[in-house]
Design a protein around this ligand. Structure first.
Ligand SMILES: NC(=O)c1ccc[n+]([C@@H]2O[C@H](COP(=O)([O-])OP(=O)(O)OC[C@H]3O[C@@H](n4cnc5c(N)ncnc54)[C@H](OP(=O)(O)O)[C@@H]3O)[C@@H](O)[C@H]2O)c1
Length: 291
């Protein structure tokens, strides 16, 4: 079994780990890639193809795990060489996934979406897949992946992922607002205890992880809410999505102020948010933001 990855970042390296453990031959191409990507692929010991064309021709399943903004361009440049199945696993809207997969000449395509964090769940993270070739992609369940087929129409998985996103980001935004106000009033612990009585034992842990990750990934979440809003507005008037987007914009501004106040001169925002990646509790974060 020969599996190729376009892009070799967090997703590709973690999925590769599971596939390699199960005896799969994993390939990638490093032409034009950063040293971070090169090191990841070389450390993992995957086979390096000399060109993207060779990678596409060799792979029985070719997985595009690049960046949302390059998914279409990569499919346009490489899709024509794909002989096996081309899987797009990038976080993109239904329209964009249709555009990307429309470039694949042999039409053996899969719209796939990762549900949850690859970092937290490892190669067993749930992947949902749609499209006529989804069944063939799900063959990788015998090799350590966790793929669930959700339909045959390209774009369905992307829709599901976006609607899930609307829900999960909504919960995080509501928590941010509620717990921020409670913290400023000095009654956050009491409020959490009372809500925890109905929400269950995991509530406190979930608050911590949602608030910290909302702060760290505010930029990405704010941008994703725009995509969610566009999708929803085809069907309804998205009142909540507007409010969620506004909340993430506020969190993003707080994040920028926080980094500026801490003399973090990083121009690259991605690096700036890493600055406090060791935050363990929302209290530590709110102390910095509000006290
Ligand atoms: N991480 C997650 O938990 C998660 C969850 C759901 C969905 N996703 C989606 O999965 C995709 C990959 O995510 P990731 O976390 O692995 O991202 P990442 O760590 O940033 O890795 C992206 C990889 O794509 C490469 N790349 C960028 N442009 C390319 C191009 N034109 N041709 C070939 N390779 C290119 C990058 O190489 P350079 O280093 O050279 O830039 C890097 O190796 C994204 O679309 C993301 O939205 C990720």
């Amino acid at each position: 079994m020969k599996i190729g990855f376009l892009g070799f970042g967090e997703v590709s390296s973690i999925l590769s780990e599971g596939l390699l453990d199960n005896g799969v031959n994993v390939f990638t191409c490093l032409q034009g890639r950063s040293s971070t990507t090169k090191n990841k692929a070389l450390e993992m010991g995957v086979t390096i193809c000399p060109s993207y064309r060779k990678l596409a021709e060799k792979s029985e399943i070719l997985i595009s795990a690049v960046t949302p903004s390059t998914a279409v361009e990569v499919a346009r440049d490489i899709g024509k060489y794909s002989r096996g199945i081309y899987v797009d696993i990038n976080n993109i809207s239904p329209a964009t996934v249709r555009e990307a997969l429309g470039q694949v000449e042999n039409k053996k395509t899969v719209d796939a979406a990762i549900i949850g964090s690859v970092k937290r769940n490892g190669s067993n993270v749930q992947i949902i897949a749609c499209g006529d070739s989804a069944q063939d992609f799900a063959f990788l369940n015998d090799y350590g992946l966790n793929i669930k087929i959700m339909g045959t129409e390209i774009g369905n998985c992307s829709q599901i992922k976006m609607l899930r996103s609307s829900y999960t980001k909504g919960v995080s935004a509501l928590l941010w607002e509620t717990i921020s106000a409670a913290y400023k009033m000095g009654i956050d612990e009491e409020v959490m205890e009372i809500i925890g009585e109905t929400e269950g034992q995991q509530f406190k842990n979930s608050v911590n992880s949602r608030l910290i990750s909302s702060f760290k990934h505010a930029k990405r979440r704010y941008e994703e809410m725009d995509e969610v809003k566009n999708l929803l507005s085809d069907e309804i008037d998205p009142i909540m999505a507007d409010a969620i987007e506004n909340t993430f914009e506020i969190i993003l501004d707080q994040n920028k102020d926080f980094n500026n106040n801490n003399n973090n001169n990083n121009k690259d925002f991605k690096d700036a948010i890493e600055f406090k990646s060791d935050l363990k509790s929302y209290k530590e974060l709110f102390k910095h933001l509000y006290d």
